[in-house]
Design a protein around this ligand. Structure first.
Ligand SMILES: [Zn+2]
Length: 270
């Protein structure tokens, strides 16, 4: 009888052990199923320049009960936190309500040799029903930037095309639309000074329309801001992961033609 009791007890403990083991396997599978950016995979933490659009006497758009420069700064500071959490390094163009010329923002990215430059803005439209996110980039850098890239790559061609901004814009656009469920207005090429006057892969994201009543009120909500920032940060991290092995991939010599970069073609502020 005693032996029987002992066998039952031993049997039960083995059963408990087996159950524990199974639940451990189950737990590790669940953890793996959660998509996450792994923190320690960076060879060397890339540096991102985060640019809050406008500032100081340049307020940007004023609509939907918001001033663009303030909301952009608020979002930019949150983006810094999220990028630091992902193991990246961050340099802000501004951390307070100050005016900064566009050329200075772009030049800062070159000076600190950033891996990427992201400018945050809010959009407006004369049509109140227009909403969603759109991201700008350029493949035609300004003349001084083209010259610098030619030197770095030893290119002899008179023109250079740089596709990295388009790739970055595409990542930012896809991820931010996924996390926010905002309307995807796509990526667009435009020679804004902040994207064309830097050697760094650069994109300008218009995070939503202040002239759209629902979107404007969402953009002011902490939960929506968090989803937006998560998307932008994920897009950036994904871009940088791909880019890290070969930072100048996508910069190529291009033949002479109508696409030749022009020095005068810059500097309209969105
Ligand atoms: Zn703006």
């Amino acid at each position: 009888m005693q032996f029987l009791l002992w066998s039952v007890r031993v049997g039960m403990s083995y059963l408990a052990l087996a159950a524990g083991f199974c639940s451990l396997i189950w737990l590790s599978q669940q953890l793996e199923a959660v998509p996450q950016v792994r923190l320690k995979a960076w060879e060397a933490a890339p540096l991102v320049v985060v640019d809050a659009g406008h500032g100081g006497h340049d307020g940007g758009a004023v609509a939907g009960g918001a001033i663009e420069k303030n909301l952009a700064l608020d979002l930019a500071l949150q983006l810094r936190q999220e990028l630091l959490r992902l193991g990246l390094r961050v340099q802000m163009t501004r951390e307070t309500d100050v005016f900064l010329p566009l050329e200075e923002r772009a030049a800062l990215a070159d000076r600190v040799q950033a891996a990427a430059f992201v400018s945050l803005h809010l959009n407006t439209s004369a049509a109140p029903e227009v909403s969603g996110i759109e991201t700008y980039y350029t493949e035609r850098k300004s003349l001084p930037v083209v010259r610098a890239l030619q030197t770095r790559l030893g290119l002899t061609s008179p023109t250079v095309s740089d596709q990295r901004g388009r790739w970055l814009a595409d990542h930012l656009q896809r991820h931010s639309c996924l996390t926010t469920q905002a309307e995807n207005r796509g990526i667009k090429e435009r020679n804004y000074a902040v994207v064309s006057q830097t050697q760094v892969p650069a994109a300008l994201i218009e995070c939503g329309f202040l002239t759209h009543a629902t979107e404007a009120s969402r953009l002011k909500q902490a939960a929506y801001q968090a989803r937006l920032i998560t998307g932008i940060a994920q897009g950036l991290a994904e871009f940088l992961k791909i880019q890290q092995a070969e930072p100048l991939r996508g910069v190529n010599a291009s033949g002479e033609g109508p696409d030749k970069p022009r020095e005068t073609e810059t500097s309209t502020q969105p």
